[in-house]
Design a protein around this ligand. Structure first.
Ligand code: SF4
Ligand code: SF4
Length: 411
């Protein structure tokens, strides 16, 4: 099948030619860099849409802010390490480039145990398995329905109150947990109607605020034993032994965001995860793009298409209360009734009358934007650009609000 990204990277990249750049500076790029070195392929630099990443090196190589590439390289070859393959292609072809490679062939005989990484080997294994899956699905039949990941929102409650929470927790007056049965039934319906999902991400709010969190995660892990599960937590809660014991030898990883002194149980959490040999990675809260206002922009269809095109979370499928959404903003804005109810914004998994498969296919493949996007400032890959974006740009992460923020509620 004709694809813009080439599979046979080894033969082509070993030849003399334009500089080779890895897209983007993400965890799995480190392993791809080593695979290139082992094959005698010289990498010039990484590129990344997040400008702050270009302020320092990654694995001792320069990181170039992607929009800046044409100022540095008139021609280049790219290895797409990012799992957002289609977005990378759109951005790079828009900058005038046309020479793209998948890392699949490079990773075929790669022995990840031969190297140490900035993250643990087992976490690298989890990241690479999702990366490989995403690239395999890229080369599969275009008719197949693929979700790189699905965010499973198990609670609306959070232990922090970030005034610019992009998942809109700052607007919930009476936050609730999601029902476990509803989550499992929803996942059954989704998995029956989708060809492949690479990873499940357990989110909130703060997912550990739901006392049932470990049972929910265990049930998902048992139902989908070959999938990776990533739990996103903010370092305020250190789970007890009996919760973590349940997750032993399951594909469960923790992604911890550190909010400095606010993450008051970060050390205890990390100690507990070490004690139970559970994978985790801790990163400081940074690089926030302001995107938490809910207001009606009344944009033209062309402007909405641009906002959607630039959006970095348009593939973050989100499951909330039996409905599947294309992004966490629409999921929570709809749940809060902060946007008018419009069935074009979601798939109601428990609707009796609709063909769920067709509905999901439309959500995944057809939509060029959603009605809910008109209430969003946008969430661009490049938070320093105003292209398809009406927010304030880069903001300080994790500023707390005392009060719940108000919003216009639609009946
Ligand atoms: S920690 Fe902050 S950003 Fe994360 S879910 Fe809670 S309120 Fe939102
Ligand atoms: S509402 Fe649209 S533009 Fe905003 S985050 Fe969701 S998909 Fe992106």
């Amino acid at each position: 099948m004709d694809r813009q990204v080439k599979y046979n990277s080894l033969e082509n990249l070993k030849k003399e030619g334009a500089p080779i750049i890895i897209v983007a500076a993400v965890h799995e790029s480190e392993a791809i860099l080593y695979a290139c070195e082992e094959n005698g392929i010289k990498i010039e630099a990484f590129c990344d849409s997040i400008k702050e990443k270009s302020f320092k090196t990654f694995c001792d190589l320069k990181v170039i802010h992607t929009p800046d590439l044409p100022n540095k390289f008139s021609n280049a070859r790219f290895i797409i390490a990012s799992q957002h393959i289609q977005d990378c292609l759109e951005q790079l072809t828009g900058l005038g480039y046309d020479n793209f490679y998948s890392p699949l062939e490079l990773l075929e005989n790669y022995d990840l145990k031969k190297h140490n990484y900035l993250i643990t080997q087992s976490y690298m294994e989890a990241r690479l398995s999702v990366c490989i899956n995403s690239h395999k699905m890229y080369f599969e039949n275009k008719e197949k329905i693929y979700m790189r990941s699905i965010d499973i929102m198990i609670t609306e409650r959070c232990s922090l109150k970030c005034e610019s929470c992009c998942n809109l927790m700052q607007y919930y007056k009476a936050p609730k947990n999601t029902d476990e049965i509803n989550i499992l039934d929803s996942l059954s319906i989704i998995s029956q109607n989708v060809d492949e999902i690479s990873e499940f991400r357990i989110i909130g709010g703060e997912p550990l605020m739901n006392r049932q969190w470990s049972l929910i995660v265990k049930s998902i892990a048992e139902k989908f034993p070959d999938k990776q599960i990533f739990i996103y937590t903010n370092g305020t809660i250190a789970p007890k032994d009996e919760k973590l014991v349940e997750l032993k030898d399951k594909n469960v990883n923790f992604i911890i965001t550190s909010y400095g002194h606010l993450s008051k149980n970060l050390n205890s959490l990390e100690n507990q995860l070490n004690k139970h040999s559970l994978n985790y990675v801790t990163t400081p809260a940074e690089h926030w793009v302001d995107c938490s206002s809910v207001r009606h922009h009344k944009r033209s269809a062309a402007d909405l298409k641009e906002v959607f095109k630039q959006c970095c979370v348009k593939y973050i499928y989100t499951l909330l209360n039996g409905k599947l959404y294309r992004c966490p903003f629409i999921a929570n804005a709809a749940n809060l009734k902060a946007i008018p109810d419009n069935p074009s914004n979601y798939v109601d998994l428990f609707s009796k009358n609709e063909n769920v498969k067709n509905q999901i296919k439309k959500l995944v493949k057809v939509a060029k934007f959603f009605p809910g996007c008109d209430f969003c400032d946008g969430r661009p890959y490049d938070g320093t650009s105003s292209k398809g974006y009406d927010g304030k740009g880069m903001i300080k992460a994790g500023i707390q609000t005392k009060d719940i923020l108000s919003y216009k509620e639609y009946k």
